[in-house]
Design a protein around this ligand. Structure first.
Ligand SMILES: *Cc1c(COP(=O)(O)O)cnc(C)c1O
Length: 387
């Protein structure tokens, strides 16, 4: 097998789900976000663990993602968080995927297809835009849409949702914005109730809100990133500790490769495309068999990202290539213990020898942990460690 692989610790995923559950009341349901192949971790395996752990829903972004879970035998209700194209609706309905709807046109397309396929008790959830500016009815439009859905013969209103834009920021103005979003959402729910319509399962809390705003849990929470072991930005371990919330998350994914060669690069010689790195002394350079086609992105090159080999960090030298990149093992004679075929760990769990997490890489390269794990490409084999 190729040395470049992603080890997926399903036991850590399971542990994280338990840690999250400890923060929920017994009545609060959990919808685990497994969109984008479970943030790169493997949607089917993660969904199976989440299902076993009693997740009430799984969340996907696309019909294909939902259909993949159904084909693998997942029975748990699946919420689709993004809109699909009209031509995908037959497949969405055939796979019992619960869509977010926010306008009559889209809702009626689902209604017609549900009737055509003669599906019973087919639910949709109304998305309410309370300040994300993406999808959703405005607060004062929710009741009218709920009314129209209640007249449909095919679809039923199964729930109402909103999405928080800055719940991962703890500044006073962000917290105020988040609270304001929640108030708008509650008013939208009240407006639906006033029409005599049951709003169904109401939910708004993403990872950050699940941990930092217990008062926003309502009927269900929708955590994503925390299930994979990463805190959501400023709602980190220290912030939560300061508020007496103790959640211990463990990274689920480790990405590793190997040192396929240890080379002598002589003083003045360059390494890699563009000749961006030149040896100031005679230097040992390790060549690794992973590159940006694996999701070790080219902008990691001169970002300060370092690679861990045998418990020590080594800087990247030169630009990351498509399939290989090089690390600086140090001046000739001072390069320590790195040998050919040694394991090199890019990020992940400590137990695999990782010294950086996806969060560390994200901080160094100006992104978020979500993007670091999502970008690990299909070429990287996922090796699942069972729970
Ligand atoms: C992705 C997503 C989530 C989960 O977000 P995290 O920040 O990973 O917890 C929840 N709700 C919606 C609508 C989403 O798109």
């Amino acid at each position: 097998m190729r040395a470049t692989k992603a080890i997926i610790h399903l036991e850590n995923f399971s542990h994280n789900l338990n840690e999250i559950k400890k923060c929920l009341s017994a009545e609060t349901k959990m919808c685990v976000a497994v969109k984008a192949d479970a943030y790169g971790h493997g949607a089917v395996k993660c969904a199976q663990v989440a299902e076993k752990q009693g997740a009430a829903f799984l969340a996907v972004a696309t019909v294909e993602e939902g259909a993949e879970l159904r084909a693998a035998g997942i029975k748990t209700p699946i919420l689709m968080l993004s809109l699909c194209a009209p031509e995908e609706i037959p497949e969405a309905v055939a796979n019992d995927i619960t869509p977010f709807v926010f306008d009559e046109e889209y809702a009626l397309l689902f209604d017609a297809e549900v009737l055509r396929q003669n599906k019973k008790d087919y639910c949709v959830h109304i998305a309410v835009d309370t300040g994300m500016g993406r999808i959703g009815v405005y607060e004062n439009e929710a009741a009218s849409l709920a009314g129209k859905i209640s007249l449909c013969k095919g679809i039923k209103l199964g729930g109402m949702a909103t999405h928080l834009a800055v719940s991962d920021s703890v500044t006073a103005s962000s917290v105020e914005y988040t609270k304001n979003q929640f108030e708008k959402f509650k008013r939208a729910i009240e407006n639906v109730k006033k029409e005599g319509i049951d709003p169904g399962i109401c939910h708004c809390a993403n990872s950050a809100a699940t941990l930092a705003f217990p008062e926003f849990h309502l009927d269900m929470v929708r955590p994503g990133i925390i299930t994979y072991g990463y805190y959501a930005d400023e709602v980190d371990r220290e912030y939560l500790k300061s508020r007496n919330i103790d959640v211990d998350l463990k990274p689920v994914m480790t990405v590793e490769t190997s040192v396929c060669a240890v080379r002598d690069v002589f003083k003045g010689e360059s390494v890699g495309y563009g000749r961006t790195w030149c040896a100031e002394e005679n230097t040992k350079v390790g060549v690794l068999t992973a590159g940006y086609a694996d999701g070790i992105l080219r902008n990691y090159s001169s970002s300060g990202v370092k690679i861990s080999v045998n418990g020590k960090l080594y800087p990247i030298c030169g630009r990351i290539c498509m399939d290989q990149f090089m690390i600086n093992l140090g001046k000739d004679g001072e390069n320590g213990t790195v040998k050919r075929w040694d394991k090199a760990v890019i990020f992940g769990a400590e137990e695999d020898g990782a010294l950086l997490t996806a969060d560390d890489i994200a901080r160094l390269t100006g992104t978020i942990s979500y993007e670091v794990t999502c970008c690990i490409s299909k070429r990287v084999r996922r090796i699942f460690i069972n729970s």
